[in-house]
Design a protein around this ligand. Structure first.
Ligand SMILES: CC(C)(COP(=O)(O)OP(=O)(O)OC[C@H]1O[C@@H](n2cnc3c(N)ncnc32)[C@H](O)[C@@H]1OP(=O)(O)O)[C@@H](O)C(=O)NCCC(=O)NCCS
Length: 229
């Protein structure tokens, strides 16, 4: 489809300059190494292959979170969201989790979603922490607005950090925002923000070579099957 660049100038929102998020490596509880790195726009179609099957898993609100994330990733791909960034976790090249967020302005971040595609290893927790690390330490923001859509999310972010309740509305249209301040972030950092840099070159090469996706049944079992709930 040919793109009318003159019209596109009106459709594309403002983008703040964002320094790149430097990749890091996290050793998971099972000993596997997870590479956490920033996704490029061209990575979106490969990421969507792993998000799509999650849209049909009702357990623990995977369906609503994945459907919303799917739309936000398309908005990132087609330049339809303001200053969005996407980070992902890969183990052996396979995508195991995705987080996304954006800059509302220079000072305030607007957290979107966190999706753990493999479970029981705190992959979601590590990726959410990486997203906050980017907001606070690389974008140098003062606060990030966050809402939870699931009880597990509420436990992981609002309770574990703990975040501060506000009466500020959130773009996702749920309950009022909670916020992460710089003070809360740096207090929580030793407990919750993991990883080493630089990533060993062989691991980075493997991650960058291909964003692999597991088949639908494997993803379903990883998310919903292990505990037979
Ligand atoms: C919220 C989320 C990102 C947290 O990811 P995480 O930190 O990797 O945590 P897990 O999902 O593996 O585990 C969360 C809890 O569920 C339990 N659990 C539930 N189903 C499980 C399964 N199939 N396998 C392993 N653990 C499971 C874990 O034991 C864990 O218990 P704990 O809180 O006592 O540690 C992830 O659950 C997720 O993607 N949920 C769906 C989308 C969502 O709700 N996103 C957040 C929106 S606010």
């Amino acid at each position: 489809m040919p793109v009318d660049m003159e019209l596109e100038m009106f459709l594309r929102p403002k983008q703040y300059p964002m320094p790149p998020y430097p990749p890091k490596m996290i050793t998971l509880a099972n000993g596997k190494k997870m590479v956490v790195r920033q996704a490029k726009r061209e990575d979106v179609p490969a990421i969507l292959k792993s998000v799509h099957p999650c849209m049909f898993i009702k357990r623990d609100y995977y369906d609503i979170v994945s459907a919303r994330l799917y739309g936000e990733l398309l908005a990132f791909y087609y330049h339809r969201s303001k200053s969005q960034f996407v980070l992902m976790g890969q183990v052996d090249g396979f995508l195991v989790g995705v987080v996304n967020s954006r800059m509302e302005n220079e000072k305030v971040g607007m957290s979107y979603h966190t999706l753990a595609i493999d479970r029981g290893l705190r992959i979601g927790s590590h990726l959410f922490a990486a997203k906050m690390e980017y907001h606070m330490e690389y974008l140098n923001q003062e606060s990030v607005l966050i809402v939870a859509e699931s009880p597990i999310g509420f436990r992981r972010w609002m309770v574990e950090y703990p975040l501060e309740a506000t009466t500020i509305p959130h773009e996702l249209g749920g309950g009022d925002s909670y916020q992460l301040t710089r003070d809360i972030y740096f207090k929580a950092k030793p407990r919750l923000v993991a990883g080493v840099r630089p990533v060993p070159q062989d691991l980075l090469d493997e991650a960058e070579a291909e964003i692999k996706f597991a088949d639908d049944d494997t993803i379903r079992e990883r998310i919903a099957g292990l505990k037979g709930r």
